[in-house]
Design a protein around this ligand. Sequence first.
Ligand code: GLN
Length: 289
Amino acid sequence: MVAGATYDALLRDAAVALTSAGIDNVRFEARLLLARAAGLSVEQLIARGGDPVPAATATVLRELTARRVRREPMAYILGEREFWGLPFKVSPAVLVPRPDSETLIETALALLPDRTRPLRLLDLGAGSGCLLLTLLREYPEATGVGVDASEAALAVARENAEALGVASRAQLVAGDWRRPDWTERLAGPFDLVVSNPPYIESRVIDGLMPEVARHEPRLALDGGADGLDAYRLIAAAAPRLIVPGGWLLVEGGEGQATDISGIFSAAGLSPKPPRKDLAGVERVVPAKH
Ligand code: GLN
């Protein structure tokens, strides 16, 4: 990339680099990276395609492109990802919010249609806060607790709570369900408990796409030998965390819904038919207490 090259030329160079790294959608991503490097909107970039690029912009673009070539997720490079139409700050301390997880929000809204209820919510493994904070936006009278084992993740969630205007209704606290006393400091019981826990079988993680395997937090992915460890721990605590008649809604991986339902039944909850995501995968298991 020669100083004085045009935006269009730099865009092409970045796209070529991304292609050689095995990335799809390279024009789209290259444009987002150049827009970030230049501090311009994508629309402005298109209008200025033939203009020369300042040397500093070219340098920043090279750095951003190199990160993406190492298969760092776009969301970490840009520092943000949209979820349920809301902007969430993300860092490598948190799982990147995925559209699949919006299925859990849809399920909650379908099961608890009265938006004016002062629900008490609990999000186990809150990460960026995308589930809890979205629910707090959808239920303006609700209050919620988000638990995470990672202080770095909690810091991201707190920033998102502020930015989304729900910080006064969100309590973000450290907690680790792998410890026996983890529920002691949670002031329940709750009307709705949600979780997108780690659910990938330990041995398959290294074979996942590099964005996930090399860059996303293991803590948010690794569900143990059969991928179901977190559901067992959550199920064991759920009856004391959830009010009678309240709901537990969890995300699961492809093919896990039957096993998750079995774990919930064994713990004394009443699992309901799983809800599918847009790809037709049974993504969310609801269970009633
Ligand atoms: N949905 C993520 C993936 O398939 C996994 C997230 C999780 O384990 N909760 O990469």
